[in-house]
Every structure is written in C-alpha cells, then in structure tokens.
Design a protein around this ligand. Structure first.
Ligand code: GLN
Length: 456
C-alpha cells in the first residue's frame, strides 16, 4: 500500500489496525516532498512536527498549511519577500486545534503574495506547478497546499479563502476544497488580506475528510471576536438550485458540457433559480477587497512588521517607507494597495466603497430569496480550465475573472465547497455547492451525495 496515496480516513483505519505506524506515514510524505517538490514547488518550508496522540480525531492527518497561517517557531512568509525572515511567535487558533487533535504539520504551502492572485505565480518564492499538467498553473492563491495534496506530499491541507482561494485551486488540482461560513472558523493567526471576507478551510481528497477537519477547526474563539458557535442541523431531503446567471457567455464550453453531464446524473429535486445581482459581484469584490487590503497591509512598513531596509533615524520618513514598502512588495500587492487607497479616499469613498457595500447587501438578499426555494446551490467553480503558466500574469483583469463564480459566497458570508465532478481533455472539472450560513451539515451531506454519484 502506498501511504501517500490514501485518504485521511483510510490512513486512520490503517493506523488503528496496526498496519503501519504514524512514523511510517510521516516518513513517506517527507520522502515524497524530497522527490517531487523540486519540480512542483508546492512546499516552501518543511516543518518538523511529530506527536503520537492515538485515538484523537486527527491522528494520522499530515498537513501542508498555507504560508499565511502562523505555526509557532516556523517561518511564515505569506509568499512575500517582506516576510522572508519572519518567524511566527505563536500558533494560529486553527493550528493549536489541529495539534491538540493529533494532526501533524509537515510543511508550509506556497501561495500568491499575501493571498492576492489566482495562479500562485505572484509568490516571491517562484510559481507552483499543477501536478496534473506541469505547464499549467495550480490555481491560487492556495496553490501550494492544493498542489501538495494533489501530488501526495500530504493527506490533508489548510488554505485561506477570501474570494475563492481554496475552491479555485481545489478545482484546478482535482481535489476537494471548502470555505466555511464567515465567523465559523477563527482567523486568529491568519495574516489578514481582507478581514470581512477571509476564512480558513480544509483541502482534502474526499468530502468526508474535509468534514472531519472542519469539525476540529470550527468554533468560537476569544481571539477572534467575529466567531460564533452556530451550527444548523442538517435536513433529510435536500433541494438543489441551479442559478442561470452562472451558465453564461465566458464559461468554457468544456466546463459547461462536463457540468451539464454531472447535473443529468443527479436524482434529487433540481430547480432553476435566479441570482440577478451576480454580474455585480466581481466589481464589488474588487472594490471592497483592495480597500481592506490597503488598511491591513499598512503594518508592513519595516518598523512594525517586515524587512527593514530604511530607517526614519537616518532616512526621511518618506524615504524609509519607499525603501521598506517599495522594495519588498510585489506588483500585484502594490496595485491593490493603490486601488484600495484610491477607493477609500475622500471624494471617492461614497462613489466606490459605499456603493460596493450596497451591492454586497443586494447579493446577500439574492441568496436569501433563493434559499427560500432550495437548500443548496450548484454552480461551476471556475469559468476556465487551468491556464498556462505566464498566460495571464500581465493581464490582471483576465486573472480577476477567474474568481467570478467564487466571490459571491465570500461577499455573502456563505459556506461553499468545490469537488471534482468529471474530467475533460485530461483536466479535472470542479463543481461548487453553496449553502445558507451555518448550514455546513447540509453542505457536506449534499457534497457526499454528489461524490457518490460522480466518482463511481
Ligand atoms: N483570486 C482572488 C483574488 O486574487 C482570491 C484570493 C483569495 O481568496 N485569497 O483576490
């Protein structure tokens, strides 16, 4: 049996029966990283963490964690030169929960700089490649964790999702990726991108494994005041809605065909629904997200956080800022700080930021209306198949369009999951399920039902 190829559930069963030891599992993944990572560049630092805690829920889980989540005494770079030498002083809440539940952290995953991107090409530590096809991007920004999992360097991974960064790379790499309801999982110890949208969630090989991890990392945390302990009970019968606004021009024909085929196999009640404000989601996201970024990233000035290249003592304060921020941030980060600063500036605030917040409310209301008729909503995860490395890096707008089907769940704070629903021309195609807030149980049950139908 190849220990790197099996699911978390199978690993747990094997350990229980004494077929192999945890040391065997960890060694197998370490060897796999040595063998494969040069080519794929999914893991940017290897972590030596090991604990034998039999009978705990994550005994046997070996994680690659996105490098914007703090693991005590390990480097945490957020994919940026700015934090190249930063060592995490404490464990993020999700990491303490994982460790307390018996999980092992084996590496930190590559990512787009400060989680801004859809391809993992904006990392200061080189692009990650898609294990299914090395000339293609793995998606982003959690491309490292997704590619590490898909190339069997770990059996579970943790990412963060602000506009699709767990679900889109999961779809591109042919694995499962889940974004919880906003406020369900603590963001303490996550390097913030856009605080009203960010959530941490699992990437796994099966829906059941994602559920196992979600159940460990969820819960109210005194270090994140947006967290709550609300979990709605699952329903017996699930009705699924298909929103017509997600099947429009711009959706790759091959994805459309694969999703249509997958939908034909579904036997439960399906209903066409409408989410009329969908077309305004991406423009609203690209106002709200950079506005929050421009504020959150102000702390990286070489004085509070980040590389110190200039000093107010010897340079003027402006020169110190220019040296510290100018040299260490990449192009995409600078672009978003500029966009956000502009849309929050006096005279423009009402026209951009305030307007975008109104759109955000309308998008939430769209979903609320739809969820009166159906329990879950099914959509494609991405409009396109994995693209070539280098293809979109100089065309930000075309890169931003990758997020068109995923940002709505972040804007409305809803839980969503991407799972493979079929294959075409050697690519895996991801389908996304979205549920009402706190209805993770329905989300997982629906996804497990679809997994059974689609993966036979
Ligand atoms: N690709 C999206 C962006 O660049 C999503 C990023 C994310 O979810 N962290 O904003």
């Amino acid at each position: 049996m190849n220990l790197t190829e099996i699911t978390l559930k199978e690993t747990k069963e094997g350990l229980k029966k004494g077929k192999f030891s945890l040391q065997d599992v960890v060694t197998a993944f370490k060897n796999r990283i040595k063998e494969k990572n040069k080519e794929i560049n999914a893991v940017i630092s290897v972590v030596s963490d090991f604990r034998e805690n039999k009978n705990l829920p994550l005994y046997g889980a070996v994680f690659v964690v996105k490098d914007n989540i703090l693991v005590k005494n390990e480097k945490c770079t957020a994919g940026s030169k700015m934090l190249e030498h930063y060592i995490a002083p404490f464990d993020a809440t999700v990491i303490s929960k994982i460790k307390d539940a018996g999980g092992v952290i084996i590496g930190k995953g590559n990512m787009d700089e400060f989680a801004m991107g859809s391809s993992t090409e904006s990392s200061a530590f080189g692009a990650t490649k898609n294990p299914l096809s090395l000339s293609k991007v793995p998606g982003g920004s959690s491309g490292g964790p997704a590619a590490a999992l898909a190339s069997n360097m770990c059996n579970t991974a943790i990412g963060s999702d602000t506009g699709g960064s767990i679900r889109q790379p999961a779809a591109f790499c042919g694995v499962v990726g889940m974004k919880p309801t906003y406020g369900t999982v603590s963001r303490n110890g996550l390097i913030s991108m856009s605080s009203s949208l960010d959530q941490i969630g699992p990437l796994t090989k099966t829906v059941e494994d994602a559920e196992t991890i979600f159940n460990v990392i969820k819960g109210k945390d005194k270090y994140d005041s947006t967290t709550v302990d609300i979990h709605k009970k699952g329903k017996d019968k699930l009705r699924i809605g298909i929103p017509k606004e997600y099947f429009v021009d711009g959706l790759d024909d091959r994805i459309k065909k694969t999703i249509d085929k997958a939908i034909e196999k579904i036997t439960v009640n399906l209903e066409e629904i409408s989410l009329p404000y969908t077309e305004y989601a991406l423009p609203a996201y690209y106002i709200i997200m950079p506005s929050e970024i421009s504020s959150n990233l102000a702390r990286f000035d070489g004085m509070r956080y980040g590389l110190e290249k200039g000093r107010p003592a010897s340079d003027s304060i402006l020169d110190a800022y220019l040296k510290n921020r100018g040299d260490s941030f990449g192009r995409e980060v600078k672009r978003r700080i500029a966009l956000g600063t502009f849309s929050l500036s006096s005279g423009y605030h009402d026209a951009y930021y305030l307007q975008a917040q109104k759109v955000r409310s309308l998008i939430f209301e769209d979903f609320q209306k739809a969820f009166k008729k159906v329990d879950l909503i099914l959509t494609p995860t991405t409009p396109n198949l994995p693209f070539n490395i280098g293809e979109k890096i100089d065309n930000p707008v075309s890169m931003y369009l990758s997020d068109i089907f995923t940002v709505t769940a972040n804007l409305a704070g809803l839980p969503a999951i991407s799972l493979p629903c079929g294959e075409i021309d050697g690519f895996s195609v991801g389908a996304q399920l979205i549920a009402p807030r706190f209805c993770e149980e329905d989300l997982f049950n629906g996804a497990k039902m679809l997994e059974k139908i689609w993966w036979k």
